[in-house]
Design a protein around this ligand. Structure first.
Ligand code: G3H
Ligand code: 13P
Ligand code: ZN
Length: 327
């Protein structure tokens, strides 16, 4: 059993309380490899932002669970060596079983998500509650989900979204004991969040649902998944250097900023990071076809991702500058 406190990690409780009170959101960045982790840590240290390092089931299988635990410990050590106090959370994204959540807790995770959004209301409550009981015994925080996002959730697919029903949140939170709740208000996973006809613009998020949810569980930590903006500058670079991402579109940053100023206190970003990395790798390899040293293209890709993270923390989530007070 690896206790997350022994490797310098924290759970998300204090961070969410500060974020709700301060009108900002804690960034949750997904990672699978060394360069992504370096970029996240460097970007959050430089912008002095608390951070949630987020690992999906697939990422855990890709990276190896033992290596991941040491990578997280290394991330904390690296931040401290740089003189930074930023709090660092290691979080399981879209956990789909009690066993997976338990295994993550046993290998150093300080926070887990049980995504029971595809289950019936009562089944979702029962499974989430089981995870909460085990997690809280280990001082690990738990995120639950109500409502289904469109697109592909890690091994949880949904053709169409079904928005969170505000009338269900109070009972869900009360009966499960979760620490935070992911809701569906129009975001979705991946790089194709909306199918727009020519001239059409992105429909606004359902802030009316968010307001209703806030009214029923005031001050409770709300989470937004599928919150990448699919930044056009990266899509353009990818398409200019041999890629093909036609019609990729995401959530406008102003809407995310507005959400972060409300009860939304955790914003999940994966696709924007993937796009930044892919854009730079495509550009470097196209301009230098003879290059075969991975450091020569992964290094610039890492720098591009770091730049993106600083931008998100400063201009979208508002988490920049809050690291030292929470550390
Ligand atoms: O919400 C899902 C995340 O973007 C993780 O994606 O399952 O491909 O690692 P993944
Ligand atoms: P994006 O695909 O919009 O980056 O969402 C990521 C996410 O929600 C991870 O859980
Ligand atoms: Zn998600």
């Amino acid at each position: 059993m690896v206790n997350y406190k022994d490797i310098g990690l924290v759970n998300s409780k204090k961070l969410f309380a500060a974020a709700v009170k301060g009108g900002f959101a804690i960034p949750a960045y997904n990672f699978n490899n060394l360069e992504q982790l370096q970029a996240i840590v460097l970007g959050c240290v430089e912008s002095d932002s608390p951070v949630i390092l987020q690992v999906s089931k697939g990422a855990r299988e890709y990276a190896n669970q033992t290596l991941l635990r040491y990578m997280a410990e290394g991330a904390v050590a690296m931040a401290r060596e740089m003189g930074s106090k930023i709090p660092i959370v290691l979080h399981l994204d879209h956990g789909n079983s009690f066993e997976l959540c338990k295994s993550c807790i046993e290998t150093g995770f300080s926070s887990v998500m049980l995504d029971g959004s595809h289950l019936s209301f009562d089944e979702n409550i029962a499974l989430t509650k089981k995870v909460v009981e085990y997690a809280h015994d280990h001082d690990v925080t738990v995120e639950g989900e109500l409502g289904v996002l469109a697109g592909i959730e890690d091994e949880v697919s949904a053709e169409h979204s079904s928005y969170t029903k505000p009338e269900e949140v109070e009972e869900f939170v009360g009966r499960t004991g979760v620490d935070s709740l992911a809701i569906s208000i129009g975001t979705s996973h991946g790089a194709y969040k909306f199918k727009l006809k020519p001239g059409e613009s992105v429909p606004p998020l359902r802030f009316d649902i968010l307001t209703e949810v806030e009214k029923r569980i005031p001050g409770f930590a709300i989470v937004l998944h599928g919150a990448s903006s699919v930044m056009p500058k990266y899509v353009e670079i990818i398409n200019a250097y041999g890629g093909k991402l036609d019609g990729a579109v995401g959530i406008p940053e102003e809407q995310l900023r507005k959400a972060a100023a409300s009860a939304v206190c955790k914003i999940n970003i994966d696709s924007d990071g993937r796009l930044a990395v892919t854009a730079k790798i495509r550009e470097v390899l196209t301009k230098n076809p003879g290059e075969f040293d991975p450091r020569k293209y992964l290094g610039p890709a890492r720098d591009m991702l770091k730049e993106l993270i600083i931008h998100k923390n400063q201009n979208v989530l508002g988490s920049a500058g809050h690291g030292k007070n929470l550390g």
